[in-house]
Design a protein around this ligand. Structure first.
Ligand SMILES: *Cc1c(COP(=O)(O)O)cnc(C)c1O
Length: 430
């Protein structure tokens, strides 16, 4: 590797935690379990506390192992800084809670992970206005903009219907209106898509899914792309542009430049609500992360074959998978993710709800559980599990029907996955 050439995706991923001199020449960043960190004298400790010197003070806000994970994800997402949380939901909740206040308006895609939908409804009760729109069409987002709109939130490829948001169109719109653009990249992972390339100001990932990949650990992360001009609208984003008494009386934008928001995120949501990721969790996630690119290649390849198989099967009414040439989202999927669509497929089973239950019961290899993005193949029935909190109208607008079965296609041998689906489809019709 020449010195000038930036390292490839997986080279950076594998080596980023060994920058500098890792202690004792260790292969991996060690698991630092210390809750606090000692300094040589009072002055040094004070400087770290006041943010005048970089360093660790207390485990709720920073930890060396967690920092190593943050640095890797920052690099993968083309960002300037990251902050990790105990779960993906904690990351999303903290992001919104620390940027908006009562009276502000947020526009969200209506094609959302079920718990994000309920989180936004919780924010509505706290006085933040929320409008849900069809995010595959940037014009619908534009039509929802109000005088008090501050933020637009969307996922990349939605689960379980696999709608692909108009990510570039929404990015251009947010830039021209000075709105904060937040993209949840969980379904694609930075291997498949980097939201910063279409102007996302913040990227959130649940580390629980493809990034960790092995069903051992929950976690979440916010990456700051460093491309939002807070100072251009000081009255709108005063929490970053006016001195904060709890941050030694200076402004985050002055002290931290493009990483201003992430600095505030450590000081406000992490310090005050405390949903910190543990060092052990960060370590587990980094181990999974090392093989992200290999797993994603296989997830995509296997899922394409499963989708093609389902599409031809007589007991299957319809298939949602954005990389299928018949999908209405195929063109956007080509533009955004080079025609790959990760591992989530949903399909309509002939015979509706009872046949769906028989299908799930008959599976022998594919696991009956509601996670996604695991190395193992998983299946579930969304209307009775992940999307159960939605009413009939909300189910319809999320595109979740009673005959829908969702499969998160894993990295097992493709013949074994298809054989299991084939036998379960036969059993479903008996
Ligand atoms: C799972 C998921 C989340 C939440 O992540 P947790 O780690 O389970 O809290 C958020 N967004 C999407 C798209 C998800 O799939």
């Amino acid at each position: 590797m020449s010195k000038k050439q930036p390292p490839g995706f997986n080279t950076a991923n594998l080596h980023a935690d060994r920058q500098g001199k890792p202690e004792h020449g260790v292969l991996h960043k060690p698991i630092h379990t210390s809750v606090a960190f000692e300094y040589d004298d009072a002055r040094e400790l004070a400087a770290v506390f006041q943010g005048k010197k970089s360093g660790f003070n207390y485990g709720r806000q920073q930890n060396p192992t967690v920092n190593a994970l943050q640095d890797k994800i920052t690099q993968m997402e083309n960002g300037v800084a990251s902050v990790a949380f105990a779960t993906g939901m904690a990351a999303i909740g903290s992001l919104i809670f620390s940027l908006l206040k009562a009276g502000d308006h947020l526009i969200s895609s209506s094609f959302l992970f079920g718990n994000t939908n309920s989180l936004l409804n919780t924010f509505t009760r706290l006085g933040i206005e929320v409008t849900f729109v069809d995010s595959t069409d940037a014009d619908q987002v534009a039509a929802a903009i109000q005088e008090n709109t501050r933020l637009v939130f969307t996922e990349t490829i939605a689960n379980p219907v696999t709608q692909v948001a108009d990510l570039a169109g929404i990015g251009a719109l947010c830039a021209s209106h000075g709105l904060i653009y937040v993209v949840d990249n969980t379904m694609t992972s930075p291997w498949l898509f980097r939201p910063a390339t279409v102007g996302a100001n913040f990227v959130v990932n649940s580390l629980t899914k493809y990034i960790g990949g092995h069903g051992t650990t929950v976690g979440g992360i916010i990456v700051d792309s460093g491309n939002f001009d807070w100072a251009a609208q000081p009255e709108r984003f005063s929490m970053l542009t006016t001195p904060d008494p709890s941050y030694h009386g200076v402004t985050y934008t002055e002290a931290l430049g493009p990483a201003a928001y992430i600095g505030r995120c450590r000081v406000v949501p992490l310090r005050n609500t405390g949903a910190a990721l543990s060092a052990q969790s960060a370590f587990n996630i980094m181990q999974g992360l090392e093989t992200l690119s290999l797993r994603m290649e296989r997830h995509c390849e296997n899922a394409e074959k499963v989708a093609a198989f389902l599409e031809k099967h007589p007991s299957v009414n319809w298939v949602n998978y954005a990389a299928l040439p018949d999908s209405e989202h195929f063109d956007t999927c080509q533009r955004i993710c080079g025609g790959k669509a990760a591992g989530i497929i949903s399909f309509g089973i002939q015979g509706g709800l009872p046949a769906g239950a028989k299908f799930i019961d008959a599976l022998q290899l594919i696991l009956r559980l509601v996670n996604i993005g695991d190395a193992k193949s998983l299946a579930c029935h969304p209307a009775s599990t992940t999307h159960r909190q939605l009413n009939a109208d909300e189910l319809a607008s999320a595109g979740v029907s009673e005959d829908m079965v969702r499969i998160s296609v894993g990295i097992e041998h493709i013949d074994d996955i298809i054989a299991d689906i084939e036998q379960a489809l036969i059993a479903s019709q008996s």
